[in-house]
Design a binder for this molecule. Structure first.
Ligand code: DQA
Length: 148
């Protein structure tokens, strides 16, 4: 039987992880996160696709493409979290359960990071745990998928 598919979608500047403000985002690269997430997804009996783009439309396309195909989405939309109605609309159109992830605790940071458009369509949000947040999100999704 095919395993449920989870999409992990990463937004702008997350390709710079490891180099980018390590005091905020940690020392792990996005490739390190992908490797750890792939191993964890496998252990949970999930298939995983991992994406990153600096372009909002690419994120919209991946989210739309999840409809009827993926069992869940883990989304770290980077700065588009705080600006993008298009991502919110895409999540609502996809009708796929979404867990929002941020490496940093966005509520301890600048005021403009406190609001998330993505949260309106997400089942829940994990923030402040660095790269481990992706592992926590996979655990949360695996349970939601099993229950559904
Ligand atoms: C981020 C938080 C956002 O505010 C920021 O724009 C990012 C990364 C995080 O993972 O902590 O690019 O989503």
């Amino acid at each position: 039987m095919a395993k449920p598919l989870v999409l992990i979608v990463n937004g702008p500047n997350l390709n710079m992880l490891g180099k980018r403000q390590p005091e905020v985002y940690g020392h792990q690269t996005l490739a390190d996160i992908e490797t750890a997430a792939a191993a964890h997804a496998e252990s949970l009996g999930l298939d995983m696709e991992f994406h990153q783009s600096n372009h909002e439309g690419d994120l919209v396309d991946w989210i739309q493409g999840a409809r009827g195909r993926a069992a869940g989405i883990i989304l770290n939309a980077g700065a588009y979290t705080h600006t993008s109605v298009a991502l919110l609309d895409a999540l609502n159109a996809a009708e796929v359960v979404c867990v929002e992830v941020h490496l940093s605790n966005i509520h301890q940071r600048e005021e403009f990071r406190h609001h998330s458009f993505v949260s309106k369509a997400a089942k829940g949000m994990i923030c402040g745990f660095g790269s481990h947040g992706y592992i926590l999100a996979l655990d949360a999704l695996a349970r939601l998928i099993k229950e559904s």
